[in-house]
Design a protein around this ligand. Structure first.
Ligand code: SF4
Ligand code: SF4
Length: 447
């Protein structure tokens, strides 16, 4: 009889995790996993990087970082809020003028578009929202089979845990994940407040207040837009006026959703549907992962609603090596499958081996490639030959939407934002022009 390496059989393993055994068989049809070693040895549990990608030291991606100068960012100051954007583009009325102009542009595009029936149907299908919402800690009171058995706390090595979480995330619909530790240094990546411009989760009833409701009466109260705080507790919790993260060793999980081609398209009608798609499918991935983690005795701290995470998703993607920084701050390059993808993040207390940042050569290439900067109609992308430690200032104004401490080609993102509002979506010419932004799913033009 064949002997396998660990005592966890497939049956015991999948029983522990409340998962059907085919979870670990989906990517390689012919595989049958007899034990944990086989799961971990399979492609489902691995992130195989192309040969031309070099691993880098933890916390040392290709853009230099000075952690001394990095501070926690108040997400309410991001350019997604009217309060913040108004400071840089000429006041609150200028923001509304841009939004109105965008509505007119969208109507005009709809009137004159010759979208095929196939595309119209995809757009309609993309609009649907899941029947459950993302929440900070997931379905904490959801009934699972753990209600009928002794609760367990899974004990695996950080490498094993990375393997099973990668396999589970892929099973639930993610393309893949990257991981990094969340120590006192990396805590600086967490927002002090989420940006708060989306509706609160349904559990707060009919309250629809957002950051934008307080543009004239700043700041919003803490029971509407809650701060993210660290406390000496063992488990994360959410109260009426804060999201609480335990002051203990934690890990950041960067979640990459499958990329599709439409993100490169300059269309107010079609382009944003890509984002709808990834945000919608991420809802299931996050909620399933939170349930998965809970079933093995751990917590997943995730997006508190559709679009608001605990830290910038691009930072997690770059520091965990899913992607590399580029000249264009709107875009981080993923070497596999060579695309601009949608990234999300989660925090967990499941110990995970860090996947580490990467050097694919793209940031070096960006130093002599100016294609995105040249094509950008708003002048948002830097055309400098060298990256800088100094975020740009605008007509003497301080730049409150950029956190220093990174040596980058800093975008003037408010210019992109204004242009995007005026035409109702990002033009994405920068992505369409980038030689590294190829397509994975080519939706045929002829449909
Ligand atoms: S989306 Fe358009 S305006 Fe914004 S940075 Fe890219 S090219 Fe420039
Ligand atoms: S277009 Fe060129 S400079 Fe811009 S992100 Fe792509 S490779 Fe870098």
């Amino acid at each position: 009889m064949t002997k396998y390496h660990v005592t966890h059989t497939e049956k015991a393993f999948t029983t522990h995790f409340d998962l059907p055994s085919h979870v670990f068989q989906q990517s390689i049809a012919s595989d049958t996993f007899h034990d944990l070693d086989e799961v971990l040895a399979s492609q489902l549990a691995k992130n195989q990087r192309p040969w031309w990608v070099s691993p880098l030291e933890i916390n040392h991606p290709t853009c230099e970082i000075n952690w001394e100068n990095i501070h926690r960012f108040d997400g309410r100051e991001s350019l997604h809020t009217i309060h913040s954007l108004a400071k840089y583009i000429g006041g609150i009325q200028a923001v509304y003028d841009s939004i109105n102009s965008g509505h007119r542009a969208l109507l005009s595009e709809i009137r004159h578009s010759r979208l095929t029936l196939f595309r119209q149907a995809l757009i309609e299908g993309s609009r649907i929202k899941p029947y459950f919402a993302k929440t900070f800690l997931g379905r904490e009171h959801a009934e699972t089979s753990s209600a009928y058995r002794e609760p367990i706390t899974w004990q695996g090595t950080p490498e094993e845990n990375l393997g099973i979480l990668t396999a589970a995330a892929r099973y639930f619909g993610a393309y893949t994940i990257g991981t990094m530790e969340l120590n006192s240094l990396e805590r600086k990546l967490l927002f002090t407040y989420p940006r708060g411009n989306n509706n609160p989760p349904a559990k707060y009833g009919k309250t629809k207040a957002t950051t934008n409701d307080f543009t004239h009466d700043w700041p919003p109260p803490n029971d509407i837009i809650k701060p993210i705080v660290f406390e000496d507790v063992t488990r994360a919790y959410e109260s009426a006026n804060r999201y609480v993260i335990p002051k203990k060793k934690l890990w950041i999980v960067s979640i990459m959703m499958p990329p599709i081609r439409s993100t490169h398209e300059n269309s107010s009608i079609w382009g944003p549907r890509y984002y709808d798609n990834s945000y919608r499918t991420h809802t299931a991935v996050q909620t399933c992962l939170q349930d998965f983690l809970r079933a093995i005795g751990y917590q997943g701290m995730g997006y508190m609603d559709d679009t608001q995470g605990l830290l910038p998703a691009a930072a997690a993607a770059i520091l965990s090596g899913l992607a590399e920084v580029t000249r264009n701050n709107n875009y981080c390059f993923c070497p596999k499958p060579q695309n601009n993808s949608s990234y999300f993040s989660m925090i967990t207390d499941l110990p995970l081996a860090p996947t580490g940042p990467i050097d694919s050569g793209v940031f070096r290439y960006c130093h002599t490639c100016f294609k995105c900067a040249t094509v950008c109609p708003s002048g948002a992308i830097s055309n400098h030959s060298e990256a800088s430690w100094e975020p740009p200032t605008f007509e003497g104004m301080s730049n409150e939407y950029t956190v220093p401490g990174k040596k980058l080609f800093f975008n003037k993102t408010h210019l992109c934002k204004k242009h995007s509002l005026e035409q109702s979506s990002e033009c994405n010419l920068c992505l369409a022009t980038c030689p590294f932004c190829s397509s994975l799913l080519n939706i045929p033009r002829s449909f």
